[in-house]
Design a protein around this ligand. Structure first.
Ligand code: CMP
Length: 140
């Protein structure tokens, strides 16, 4: 077991339905600690850069438009094996495939409006959290 940090976004469908607290409750219940958090409205350039790895995908433009359609909450989560632990409680990308008790099963509306993002690797977690937070904003 190793202590890790991972990066999380509560997406516009979640903030629109006032679900920040409900999702954070599931995160904290899992044992992960929210060590940084802020509510922002991403610019188009920020969203395009953040999701740059998907720029060739058919859903890229819709994804960017969705991510700038309202405020999001960006977070850094810390805990044992945090990258995998968070992906476990998020559930599958498509909520139709997500397991009962996961955030996406509980709250997601669709594969696009799927309430949360979580880093898919430790390497990407480091890149993604540095995109939105400076080191002094992480308070463990
Ligand atoms: P996320 O973990 O934020 O990373 C990329 C996002 O693209 C993903 O969650 C989905 O919300 C979104 N997305 C939209 N359409 C698709 C699709 N057809 N396949 C995979 N991801 C999709």
């Amino acid at each position: 077991m190793t202590m890790e940090k991972t990066f999380s976004i509560l997406k516009p469908d979640a903030t629109r339905r006032n679900l920040t607290g409900a999702i954070n409750a599931l995160i904290e219940k899992s044992g992960l600690k929210i060590i940084a958090q802020k509510r922002i409205h991403m610019s188009k350039a920020q969203a395009e850069t953040f999701y740059g790895v998907h720029s060739e995908r058919a859903f890229f433009n819709d994804l960017v438009e969705f991510m700038i359609s309202g405020p999001v909450v960006v977070q850094v989560l810390e805990g044992e094996n945090a990258v995998v632990a968070y992906r476990d409680i998020m559930g599958a990308t498509n909520p139709e495939n997500a397991e009962v008790g996961t955030i996406r099963k509980e709250f997601a509306e669709s594969i696009e409006a799927n309430s949360v993002h979580g880093s898919d690797s430790l390497e990407n977690a480091t890149i993604e959290m540095a995109y939105f937070f400076s080191g002094t904003e992480l308070v463990g």
